[in-house]
Each structure stands twice: as structure tokens, then as C-alpha cells.
Design a binder for this molecule. Sequence first.
Ligand code: F3S
Length: 63
Amino acid sequence: MQIVVDLTRCQGYAQCVFLAPEVFQLHGEEALLYDPAVPDDQVERVREAAVACPVQAILLGEE
Ligand code: F3S
């Protein structure tokens, strides 16, 4: 699965980092790094992160 994070929306709430730390990392307050090609074993976690993000910044694309 491919994802895009809209970094203009991301406010550094870090729910994604908490739920899927292998995919999302936060450096500093608002510098979010992520792997746009989500490994299969992380897909469910990333779906949960997308739901949990308070500003819906995580956009999921199907394969
Ligand atoms: Fe940003 Fe949402 Fe994660 S605001 S840090 S993408 S939970």
C-alpha cells in the first residue's frame, strides 16, 4: 500500500507515530518522516493511524 501524508495539514499530533512507529517518525515538533511504501505487515497499523490522525493528513492509496 502507498500512502501520502499531507504535510501542509500535519500538525505533529503524533498519533501515527504512536500507532505505527515503523512507518512514521517525528523529528522535532512538526517534521514528520514516513515510508510512502507501507510494508504488508504494517498496513493495518497505518489504517488505524489514518483514522486516528485528528486532521486526516494521512491519505491511503490502494495497490
Ligand atoms: Fe501529523 Fe496526523 Fe501524524 S497530524 S504527526 S500525520 S497523527
